[in-house]
Structures are given as C-alpha cells and as structure tokens.
Design a protein around this ligand. Structure first.
Ligand code: GDP
Length: 140
C-alpha cells in the first residue's frame, strides 16, 4: 500500500449540472477519501497559473475561459496510489474515448468540458494542492 494524495477539480460543466454529489459518490466508491474540499470561483490568473504547462497549446484561451466560467470544487483525495487510481477513475481526456464506468464517460460533455481534473504525477499533485489549500485545511 502506498498512501498518497492527489488534487482534483470538479469543473464548471459538472457544477452547472449539479453533478458534485454524484461525482463524489464515484470517488468514494473507488476507495478514495476526500480529505479537503471547497467550492470556489477561479480567477483568470489562478487558471492561467494552474494550466501554465498548456500555455502554448491552441486551446489554452478556451480552457481558461471555461475554467473561470462558473464555480469549481477543488479537492484533495487520499488513498492507495491515489494519483493513478484517480486518473483511472476519470477516464480519457476525450469522453468519447473514456472507458465504461469512468467519471468522464458518465458525466463529461466534450474534450474541453470534461467534468474533472486529476493530477498527472505525485510531484504535480503536491504543487497543485499547494496552489489551493493551506496545510490546516487538509484533514486526513
Ligand atoms: P487531462 O490530464 O486528461 O485533463 O488532459 P490534458 O492535461 O491533456 O489537458 C488539460 C485539459 O485541457 C483537459 O482536461 C481539457 O479540459 C482541456 N483540453 C485538452 N485538449 C483539448 C482540446 O483539444 N480542446 C479543448 N477545448 N480543450 C482541451
């Protein structure tokens, strides 16, 4: 068992359709524990910093517009191999390619409006968690 933490965002397309609880149920059913959670409206600056690695990509502007278009729920998830476990639960970036039973297959609308974010590696998770949570907001 390697207990680790990952960073998750329930994106604006999902909060707009009242899917927070349904997504949280899938997260908990997969054995991940929600050890921190808050609903926020991301500023442009926060979104640009968060997705800085995609700055040169053609969809960057669209991505920042989308992530600031409505409320998001930022979360810290804890569990055995949480980074990989959550990526598996999310499914492929494009919901049309996501496997059955994954969050994106069940809830996402398109490759852009794809309901959830999850860190791609443990080091990224640490950085992403620190952008949105203070240590005393995470209760394992
Ligand atoms: P992820 O790790 O599966 O979230 O995928 P990436 O790191 O490749 O992309 C980050 C986010 O950018 C995705 O979750 C999508 O919201 C968005 N994105 C990726 N590819 C596209 C695209 O072709 N068009 C648009 N509009 N958004 C995209």
């Amino acid at each position: 068992m390697t207990i680790e933490r990952t960073f998750s965002i329930i994106k604006p397309d999902a909060t707009a359709r009242n899917r927070t609880g349904a997504i949280n149920a899938m997260i908990e059913q997969a054995g991940l524990r929600i050890v921190a959670q808050k609903r926020i409206r991301m500023s442009r600056q926060e979104a640009e910093t968060f997705y800085g690695v995609h700055r040169a990509r053609p969809f960057f502007g669209e991505l920042v517009d989308f992530m600031t278009s409505g409320p998001v729920v930022v979360q810290v998830l804890e569990g055995d191999n949480a980074v990989t476990a959550y990526r598996d639960l999310m499914g492929a970036t494009d919901p049309a390619k996501a496997g059955p039973g994954t969050i994106r297959k069940v809830h996402a609308q398109s490759i852009g409006e794809n309901s959830v974010h999850g860190s791609d590696a443990a080091a990224t998770a640490e950085k992403e968690i620190a952008q949105f949570f203070a240590g005393n907001e995470i209760v394992g």
